[in-house]
Design a protein around this ligand. Structure first.
Ligand code: ADP
Ligand code: ZN
Length: 185
């Protein structure tokens, strides 16, 4: 990966739960920090599972993250001199976040977003489809199916709660493959 010289760009890290999206976002953010770039990471306030002021992966890696309730708050808290912007759990923001990422990239920022591309029903999640289309770089990660060991791209909800947004971890969700997802339906 040879980064552009003098323009911004958008990177998307997508995939199911437990595929290592947050781990990968943390890795990229840490490298930018080591390179002394000005970095900011945001996350939706809805996701306060581990720490209110950090993004934390399932294997307990963490970097500082600013919780925001919506896009408006993210705009307000944006450092005007920021060089690298990370956003975790991007699926929880509205469609406006796609233009926000575009604006940042047009200003010269490197934008790295991570999020679920499919909801628990296997349908595209919120702004992800448009983000994936508009980004220069897309990484789709897979987890390991907990039932059969195949590559998993579904996040299967164990509870029967029908709302699209239900924050949880291994107590609520399983990573499963295409075949096990069909069997479970
Ligand atoms: P995501 O942000 O995609 O939910 P994280 O980066 O938070 O993923 O966590 C990834 C970590 O989750 C893995 O490194 C591993 O330790 C753990 N993990 C738990 N269940 C699974 C699974 N079924 N497949 C792969 N990794 C899993
Ligand atoms: Zn399976």
């Amino acid at each position: 990966f040879i980064p552009p010289k003098d323009i911004g760009w958008v990177e998307v890290i997508c995939g199911p739960m437990f595929s290592g999206k947050t781990e990968e976002l943390i890795r990229r953010i840490r490298r930018a920090s080591f390179a002394k770039q000005r970095v900011q990471v945001f996350k939706p306030k809805i996701d306060d599972r581990y720490d209110a002021n950090a993004i934390v992966s399932h294997n307990q890696e963490r970097v500082e993250g600013i919780p925001v309730s919506d896009l408006k708050e993210m705009r307000q808290k944006l450092d005007p001199h920021v060089e690298v912007v990370g956003i975790d759990e991007i699926q929880f923001f509205d469609q406006g976040v796609v233009d926000f990422c575009d604006e940042l990239a047009n200003k010269g920022c490197r934008v790295i977003v991570a999020g679920l591309d499919l909801d628990y029903l296997g349908e595209p999640f919120g702004p992800l489809p448009r983000l994936i289309c508009q980004a220069e770089y897309v990484s789709k990660l897979l987890a390991i199916c907990v039932r059969c060991g195949n590559p998993a791209h579904h996040s299967y909800r164990l509870s029967t709660d029908p709302q699209q947004v239900l924050v949880g971890s291994t107590d609520q969700y399983e990573a499963i493959c295409r075949r096990c997802f069909k069997v479970g339906q």
